[in-house]
Design a protein around this ligand. Structure first.
Ligand code: GDP
Length: 467
């Protein structure tokens, strides 16, 4: 086990008051340190692992709090060291006080992520599982939660581990044949290796491709609200974010810049952007807003196109339809509480004229009202359907959400492609092994088997305090 001092931190959020708050201590002296400040029926050093004791925390002779203390003995703990968790009342002031006397009695304040770093260094979890802990803590919707749990239960570790194993086996086979040609020969091996390379590139490509959806699951679908001025874009934005984040007025041209908020529904999150109303204008500032809104279309993953259904369509509406022709779009026929002039069929016809019937698969049209909330639940259903096609929710596909992991997968993919090139160009076999080992090492960086100390420090410093 990796040798370390005893660390302590407040492991519950510091942002607000809660019913309870936890001070966590980990290390060889964890139980001894806790015993110095805890008074109860038994000393903690005499209790069994995984037991909870009731007692009080003292600072010298001053009573600080009534607590429950859980003891986990090494190696059956999160860090594989002795761990003590003191459940206090949830005042931040009190928790800081308890932490300070824990530190006064021999522990050191933990760095962010240091508990999880120890779990990694002591071999309890691999790096992909450690990173999923961070994703799990920050997950804001069910898909993100499901994906990080699947990483945490070792799904990526297994996939990468199996792949590395196979690469190592083939490398060893080539090396053996080169070293000992009398006993091992490589006749007919090219075809076998070629099949293996195809299998590996398929697995890697699938993981690399999952990154786009993986990031979207974690960070939210980049969603642009577009429409003419005064059709109800800001009202919709406010309704969705549940507060007055954008200014709502009946003066056309009020939202001149872009307002962005992340909102989470139970299944998915949106990075929602409210934009300036699109119209031809001579106002210099408004023009900038319109230009900005239009420039965001390319990057958007989803467009919510708001139309005022109580008024005839105008040239600006047609122009927007032209510009979003390739985009997955939900059209909101807004103000459905007023008598309607625009029909769903009319919108469909225009889209079909502008971009052909194929585009209709990417478009949903919903009657909507920000006033009486007609269409709100259909909007969520349609986005889920349009974006994830009903697949993500039910599939067990593993999604890569981490930039670093994606980078290493790209590297491994390139190395395997180089092996294929060497094979096709009938290069000597030792050319294969160099690139195979490069792929093996890149993949090892994902699970943490092949990683420098500096990088470990960098990765864990991104964690939150107390984890
Ligand atoms: P934006 O310029 O597109 O952002 O439009 P706003 O959200 O500022 O709304 C313009 C006006 O339309 C305001 O007076 C809103 O109260 C009104 N409005 C927005 N949505 C609806 C709706 O669904 N029904 C009705 N009747 N009025 C709405």
């Amino acid at each position: 086990m990796f040798e370390s001092d005893t660390i302590a931190a407040i492991s519950t959020p510091l942002s607000s008051e809660g019913g309870i708050g936890i001070v966590r201590i980990s290390g060889a002296e964890a139980i001894a340190v806790a015993d110095k400040i805890y008074r109860g029926k038994n000393r903690l050093c005499d209790t069994l692992s995984h037991t909870v004791s009731y007692g009080h925390i003292y600072n010298g002779d001053d009573l600080l709090d009534e607590v429950m203390v859980t003891v986990f003995r090494a190696p059956r703990s999160y860090t594989r060291e002795d761990v003590v968790e003191i459940s206090c009342h949830g005042s931040i002031f009190l928790l800081r006080k308890v932490l300070s006397i824990v530190v006064k009695n021999g522990a050191r304040p933990a760095d962010p992520g240091e508990f999880t770093k120890r779990a990694f260094l002591n071999g309890r979890i691999d790096l992909s599982e450690a990173q999923s802990v961070m994703d799990l803590i920050s997950s804001e919707n069910e898909l993100a939660l499901k994906n990080s749990l699947s990483h945490l239960s070792g799904a990526l570790k297994k996939k990468i581990g199996d792949l590395r194993q196979e690469i190592l086996y083939e490398t060893a086979r080539i090396e053996s044949a080169l070293d000992d040609p009398e006993h091992y020969d490589l006749d007919g091996y090219d075809r076998l290796l070629s099949d293996k390379l195809t299998q590996w590139t398929d697995i890697l490509r699938d993981l690399i491709d999952s990154f786009r959806d993986g990031s979207t699951i974690r960070d939210g679908i980049k969603t642009l609200i577009l429409g003419r001025p005064n059709v109800g874009k800001s009202s919709l934005f406010n309704l969705l974010v549940n507060r007055e984040a954008a200014i709502v007025t009946n003066i056309p041209g009020t939202t001149r810049d872009v307002v962005e908020e992340k909102i989470s529904f139970s299944d998915f999150s949106l990075r929602l952007m409210d934009t300036a109303g699109i119209r031809h204008t001579e106002d210099t500032v408004e023009k900038i807003g319109v230009k900005k809104a239009l420039s965001l279309i390319e990057d958007a993953e989803l467009v919510i196109f708001v139309i005022d259904g109580s008024e005839p369509l105008g040239d600006d509406d047609y122009e927007i339809m032209e510009r979003i022709r390739d985009k997955r779009t939900v059209v909101l026929l807004n103000k459905s509480d007023l008598s309607q002039i625009v029909t769903e069929a009319e919108i469909r016809n225009i889209f079909e004229k502008v971009s052909g019937s194929a585009c209709l698969d990417k478009i949903s049209i919903i009657a909507f009202s920000s006033i009486d909330m007609t269409g709100l639940s259909s909007l969520k259903d349609e986005i889920s359907h349009l974006y994830f096609n009903g697949e993500v929710k039910n599939s067990d596909r593993l999604y890569i959400t981490n930039e670093r992991q994606k980078f290493r997968l790209d590297e491994a993919f390139s190395s395997i492609c180089r092996v294929r090139e060497s094979l096709e160009q009938e290069m000597p076999e030792d050319f294969y092994t160099v690139d195979l080992m490069d792929a093996y090492e890149s993949l090892g960086e994902i699970t943490g088997e092949q990683i420098s100390d500096d990088l470990v420090d960098e990765i864990f410093s991104e964690f939150c305090m107390g984890k």
